[in-house]
Design a protein around this ligand. Structure first.
Ligand SMILES: Cc1cc2nc3c(=O)[nH]c(=O)nc-3n(C[C@H](O)[C@H](O)[C@H](O)COP(=O)(O)OP(=O)(O)OC[C@H]3O[C@@H](n4cnc5c(N)ncnc54)[C@H](O)[C@@H]3O)c2cc1C
Length: 474
């Protein structure tokens, strides 16, 4: 028997009807669940998002709104400050409780605290649930009950914990009162943004399930061998879905379990397991952020705090060259152009461009972190910070500072035929791919309409090593 007449489900980064923990509980506990999404009020520039990500969000909200209609419900969109909007909605609906899924990042947690305060003040109940992760940051601890700072022991422990099942699709939410006001599904103009011009993957729960199907139709069975190849689809492409919650981590993990059970091939099993380990990386970085939220402001490794970095404003041409994919390093330029053109960049190339920014240009990772957050559809505060600090050598279980990737040799290893580079840097389409694997000699560019490299890798590498050594005092 439902215990409430009316409750609110506060949609946040869980924009789906299937295996949505809080929504399913709300549906079981109330006669009517009013589904709401609270729109942010910022305008134009934002450090952590940009037009491509907001466009994807709009698509997810549109899809959610249609899915809710199909079960005779209605997505209510409100704005005007999240707390005030929620206060008004409680008044309009006479809701007796708010249901939501917990957010692992500090900004989401801060908003949850405000909602708890509001509920206390009004005298209604709050029910919050684990949903965004398989294991929350304080669930996986070492033998001394302390957080892990290294991935491998964390992931070994992570795999030993039982994983909740996919709980299925919500069927009934009750009819949303017809007189409840709602804003329309937003477009970019709401935030004062113009189209990014990027060609985005389709948004929404159905699109996420199509991607899941494609990924397990052979791609992830070859993941261990192929995942470092940036051309073609070699990874799941589920990052944005996990970020906006159009799919749950349980659905992804258990789909991999099913594929492991279905195959007789040892190498396919290994690949699928390697893929599951990426879900553990996701939760490792979320745990790092949960336990050490200061990583958003500073280096995780205390010993590297205060290291000498250059400022982008002192080298505006180099900063611009990196952002626009005009550094003269084909693999770096291809990655940056893929990012701006699609809101996605392959993981191997993310590492290359991040090392280039931090180790060749000597800019602090925080600048690259923010640029990625503005463009990546899968921009996830914890993973992005983890990836940047890993590349800079300052993070938890990071690449040691002296392991500096050389963009030319990385190209020889991962894009030997130059297919990825030719796809994203059309000026180089007709070049011999060998030219992408070593710096051009003298003053002649790789192609007439392509820039000369803005720097030489070797001396910049030495400069980085010198800075780290000097800071370490040796
Ligand atoms: C500098 C840098 C920045 C990054 N920024 C982000 C980010 O903002 N958001 C993000 O989700 N990932 C980030 N990553 C990790 C990784 O590049 C992406 O998760 C991956 O490329 C997304 O593509 P996919 O969904 O096809 O991944 P798959 O290889 O199919 O992996 C499946 C899922 O596992 C998780 N995952 C995979 N690799 C990692 C990793 N190294 N660390 C944490 N989680 C991982 C993601 O949720 C991903 O969607 C970053 C890596 C680097 C080096």
């Amino acid at each position: 028997m439902p215990s409430y007449k009316t409750t609110i489900h506060w949609f946040r980064r869980d924009l789906r009807l299937t295996d949505n923990t809080a929504l399913l509980h709300a549906s079981a506990d109330a006669e009517t669940v009013v589904p709401v999404y609270l729109l942010s009020d910022w305008k134009a520039d934002h450090n952590w998002t940009g037009p491509a990500r907001q466009q994807f969000l709009c698509g997810c909200l549109d899809s959610l709104s249609n899915d809710l209609k199909s079960i005779d419900s209605r997505l209510i969109l409100r704005d005007g400050g999240q707390v005030e909007a929620m206060r008004q909605l409680i008044k309009d609906t006479k809701a007796e409780a708010i249901y939501f899924n917990r957010d692992p990042d500090p900004f989401g947690k801060a908003m949850e605290a405000k909602m708890r305060e509001l509920a206390r003040e009004i005298g209604i109940e709050i029910h919050d649930f684990k949903d965004v992760v398989l294991h929350e940051h304080d669930e996986i601890a070492n033998l001394s009950d302390k957080p892990y700072k290294v991935y491998t022991p964390y992931s070994k422990n992570w795999f030993t914990h039982d994983k909740a099942d996919d709980r299925g699709r919500v069927r009934v939410l009750g009819k949303t009162p017809a007189n409840l006001k709602s804003k329309p599904v937003p477009t970019l103009s709401r935030w004062g943004l113009d189209s990014s011009g990027a060609n985005l993957i389709p948004a929404g729960e159905k699109a996420a399930h199509n991607r899941l199907k494609t990924a397990f139709d052979g791609i992830l069975q070859r993941y261990a061998d192929d995942r470092n190849t940036p051309i073609g689809q070699t990874t799941s492409m589920l990052g944005a879905d996990l970020r906006f919650g159009t799919i749950s981590p349980r659905q992804v993990f258990h789909r991999a379990e099913k594929a492991i059970a279905e195959t007789k091939s040892g190498s396919e099993r290994e690949s699928l397991y390697t893929f599951q380990k990426q879900l553990a990386w996701r939760e490792f970085f979320m745990a790092i952020l949960g336990h050490f939220p200061e990583v958003l402001e500073t280096d995780f490794a205390e010993k590297w705090r205060g290291l000498k970095w250059d400022q982008p404003e002192d080298f505006p041409d180099k900063w611009k060259a990196w952002k626009t994919g005009k550094t003269g390093f084909p693999i770096v330029d291809a990655g940056m152009r893929q990012l701006v053109a699609t809101g996605f960049m392959h993981n191997r190339v993310r590492m290359i461009v991040a090392m280039f920014l931090t180790k060749d240009l000597h800019f602090h990772w925080i600048h690259g972190e923010s640029f990625f957050m503005q463009w990546l559809l899968d921009g996830e505060i914890a993973n992005n910070n983890g990836g940047w600090q890993w590349s800079a050598g300052t993070g938890a279980d990071a690449a040691p500072y002296f392991r500096i990737q050389n963009p030319w040799t990385q190209t020889a290893r991962f894009d030997l035929q130059g297919e990825y580079i030719k796809k994203w840097v059309p000026e180089l389409a007709k070049c011999d791919a060998k030219a992408f694997t070593k710096a051009p000699e003298g003053n002649s560019p790789i192609a007439d309409d392509y820039v000369l490299p803005i720097l030489q890798h070797k001396p910049e590498r030495e400069e980085t090593l010198a800075r780290f050594k000097a800071h370490a005092g040796g």
